[in-house]
Design a protein. Structure first.
Length: 114
């Protein structure tokens, strides 16, 4: 069974940056589209960025131009570089396979506050 482990969250001031990492176990990683999701308090989980196996990316409008998703297929890792963070980016961030959803990891909490 695939395991997803997110890390890199924390408390950051508005305008700051964070880089999230996700490690995925198993053999499914390199051939599948991966996504970063987030769930803010009282809201549904949403997909904010996705990256195909070949590297093409799609972003939600709310993060376009500020977030960058990348992957390292050799290491089974996916990353989310988050710049110009806003208070509304505060959420628990998760990674998962976009098309073949696997059990969710514990996520990593991002808090943007002064």
């Amino acid at each position: 069974q695939v395991q997803l482990v997110e890390s890199g969250g924390g408390l950051v001031q508005p305008g700051g940056s964070l880089r999230l990492s996700c490690a995925a176990s198993g053999s499914l990683f390199s051939i599948n589209t991966m996504g970063w999701y987030r769930q803010a308090p009282g809201k549904q989980r949403e997909l904010v960025a996705r990256i195909a196996s070949g590297g093409s990316t799609i972003y939600a409008d709310s993060v376009k131009g500020r977030f960058t998703i990348s992957r390292d297929n050799a290491k089974n890792m996916v990353y989310l570089q988050m710049n110009s963070l806003k208070p509304e980016d505060t959420a628990v961030y998760y990674c998962n396979f976009v098309s073949i959803g696997q059990p969710w990891g514990q996520g990593t909490r991002v808090t943007v506050s002064s």
